[in-house]
Design a binder for this molecule. Structure first.
Ligand code: GLN
Length: 487
């Protein structure tokens, strides 16, 4: 079996990067309607096999494209993403459009409002294509915990696309999306980007509004862009970033023009290689792809040194305490009264709550709620939750110290390439370990990107992760672009 390319026959229009489509649409060489039509042709051809989308908005998208085309034809002013199709993960609220979070409990949930990022996309004249599959409530690393079935990796039908934003990443790789949004609590943008050979950026905590993102672990969650190239990723970030009065954790930090500084030379850029990220469990092929990419960056004038992040070994335990504790509180609202799924004909109120939750949530979500409830219970709080918060501070300090010496850190995104469907689903610990290189960035709140850096011997994509200082997405994007332009 030849695994070296996604098995899709993408038409030439939908293969073009968003930034080129944007130019062609505004210069009237192409219409948004043509782009949207060819994209839906691809989706209709491929998605039965891939299962990236949970919901498609074809007629709405064609109508919106027609409106944008009309505005352009009349010479009216249009937004920064005029006519560009955008695909959205299904935990981001869309007004009047079902938002399931990959869960039975939200199967029929129709939000009465748009997430701020969706509002910004609409204001930029983007065209909403559909909602993508994900691990239930974003809990997972393979998209296998979705109530609506697994998404397949376009690079190999027996492989997972990663998770939890597996639908968005697979849609891009299969030519079924131009740019997409995902969310990242512990790696859910970067790891699927790495497994599907696309680019995915988790912004700094506070860079992008979380208003309208269905909460998993609120102190870690961030929305971010996924795209087939770094420039498109920068383009999308520029549209969604910035302070929002609806999210008090969104930061009042100016949003730079990410596109104009992208191709700045990286001469003199200081790169740190954290020695703890090259430990046991890292696949040889991933390591060698990474090291040869680092050499290329050195060739472009970057200075490389080894650094240490001494508390790395506690990251997984810290994350799974904090994330589950926050999840147990956030998911208490799904009681069968206010949202969606409710057990029919319960004997009494208590039974209604109990059965709605038992039948509405899947196994992994219940495991997390139980772990989190335990960690927060009286008598255990100090030993688990409080302790984990203290270790989180130590992990943050590791990064602060490292960033006094270097500008960015370069690591593998994931220790392995895309694993097989079914391989880890019955072994939660193994599944949790696949986030080993991504979760620290969420604990520290720093930005991180995954960019493709090679293919394994069986043709599966390998991703490199670049981490930066708080609010320095610009530098992270520049370094990622330096990787991309050298391939
Ligand atoms: N795989 C991690 C988890 O299950 C991260 C998920 C995410 O980033 N949403 O919690």
């Amino acid at each position: 079996m030849n695994l070296s390319h996604p098995k899709t026959d993408t038409s030439s229009v939908t293969q073009l990067p968003a930034y080129k489509l944007l130019a062609k649409i505004s210069q009237r060489e192409l219409t948004s309607s043509q782009v949207v039509e060819s994209l839906f042709e691809q989706i209709e051809k491929n998605d039965k096999k891939i299962n990236a989308y949970l919901l498609l908005l074809k007629s709405e998208a064609l109508e919106k494209a027609r409106q944008v085309d009309e505005k352009i034809a009349k010479g009216e002013k249009v937004g920064k993403l005029a006519g560009i199709p955008v695909t959205v993960k299904d935990n981001i609220c869309t007004k009047g459009i079902r938002t399931t979070c990959g869960s039975k409990i939200l199967e029929n949930f129709v939000p009465p409002y748009d997430a701020t990022v969706v509002k910004r996309l609409k204001a930029a004249d983007a065209v909403l294509v559909g909602k993508t599959n994900m691990d239930e409530f974003a809990m997972g690393s393979s998209t296998e915990t979705s109530h609506f079935g697994v998404t397949k990796n376009p690079y190999g039908p027996d492989r997972v696309p990663g998770g939890s934003s597996g639908g968005s990443a697979a849609a891009l790789a299969a030519g079924e999306a131009i740019v997409a949004l995902g969310s990242d609590t512990g790696g859910s943008i970067r790891q699927p980007a790495s497994f599907c050979g696309v680019v995915g950026l988790k912004p700094t905590y506070g860079r992008v509004s979380r208003f309208g993102l269905v909460a998993y672990a609120s102190s870690l969650d961030q929305i971010g862009p996924l795209a087939r190239n770094v420039r498109d990723c920068a383009l999308l970030l520029g549209v969604i970033a910035g302070q929002d009065p609806c999210d008090s954790t969104s930061a009042d930090v100016p949003v730079p023009d990410y596109l104009s500084s992208l191709d700045k030379e990286i001469k003199g850029l200081k790169i740190g290689l954290p020695q703890e990220y090259f430990a046991e469990g890292l696949e040889e092929e991933v390591k060698s792809a990474l090291l040869s990419t680092v050499k290329q960056l050195q060739g472009q004038g970057a200075e490389v040194e080894e650094i240490t992040l001494p508390h790395t070994e506690y990251a997984i335990a810290t994350y799974y305490l904090l994330a589950t504790a926050e999840a147990s509180a956030n998911l208490a609202r799904y009681d069968g009264v206010r949202y969606s799924f409710r057990e029919e004909d319960p004997a009494n109120l208590d039974q209604m709550y109990r059965r709605s939750r038992s039948r509405g949530f899947g196994a992994e979500v219940k495991r997390r709620i139980m772990l989190g409830t335990y960690a927060l219970s009286a008598g255990y709080y100090d030993a688990y939750y409080l302790k984990a918060q203290k270790v989180r501070t130590l992990i943050m300090q590791d990064f602060q110290q490292a960033f006094q010496k270097v500008d960015v850190l370069v690591t593998p995104t994931s220790p392995t390439v895309a694993f097989k469907i079914g391989e880890k689903i019955d072994d939660p610990l193994q599944m949790y370990l696949s986030d080993i290189y991504t979760i620290s960035a969420n604990l520290a709140g720093i930005p991180g990107i995954s960019v493709p850096c090679g293919l394994s011997s069986v043709g599966l994509p390998i991703g490199i992760q670049i981490l930066g200082r708080h609010f320095e997405e610009e530098t992270v994007l520049q370094a990622a672009y330096a990787v991309e332009r050298n391939r």
